[in-house]
Design a protein around this ligand. Structure first.
Ligand code: FES
Length: 199
């Protein structure tokens, strides 16, 4: 037995040579399975392994790169958008309006229609509120009877001028920049409001 030979290995080799039918001749078998060592098969398996690794890397890497580079892409497309003729909004009333998100893509469908609340006070001045509650963004509703905007999610409430009245919202409703042009009410739309960035 050589220095590196393990006890019992000689008996195992003899048993293998006997089973493989090549006693006394050099053994060309490889591995524990005793199957012939096929270089083409090995190369094929290596290539398959490399291909699978590349595919797995692409699956993980492409979304990560997309996320990282999204910071450099144009984030929003804000522009003046008409809510329609100003005289459709009655003085002393609050009503729902909507506009098409200027950054909408063809496949966005109705999800690109952004609702907002338009208030025209008794003197004819406008306020346009984002529909999103300033707590966690649920859509608020106007209740004329109580004179409040109410949020169904956690009971947030706002006065008719958008100021916070009660509940968890940390501030009043987000207000759109707006203007009148040629008898139309326009809002600066295209941004989703957050606490750090209003509409
Ligand atoms: S989301 Fe409106 S109160 Fe919480």
């Amino acid at each position: 037995m050589s220095d590196t030979e393990h006890p019992g290995s000689s008996e195992r080799n003899q048993a293998h040579e006997s089973a493989a039918g090549h006693e006394g001749r050099p053994c060309s078998c490889a591995g524990k399975s005793g199957e012939p060592d096929n270089p083409d098969r090995r190369k094929f398996l290596i290539r398959v392994g490399i291909g699978l690794n590349i595919a797995a890397g692409a699956l993980v890497g492409i979304p990560v790169l997309g996320y990282l580079f999204s910071a450099f892409r144009k984030k929003e497309e804000r522009s003046w958008i008409s809510l329609g003729p100003a005289d459709q909004f009655e003085a002393g009333k609050i009503r729902l309006a909507s506009y098409r998100n200027p950054g909408a893509k063809g496949w966005d469908g109705q999800s690109a229609d952004i609702p907002c609340w338009v208030r025209r006070d008794d003197s004819g001045e406008f306020q346009v509120f984002a529909i999103n509650c300033t707590h966690l963004g649920c859509p608020v509703r106007w209740f004329e009877e109580s004179g409040l905007f109410l949020c169904p999610c956690h009971g947030g409430a706002y006065y008719q001028d958008g100021a916070r009245a009660a509940g968890p919202p940390p501030r009043g409703l987000y207000q759109y920049e707006h203007r009148l042009r040629n008898g139309e009410l326009l809002v600066m739309g295209g941004r989703i409001p957050t606490l750090s960035q209003s509409v």
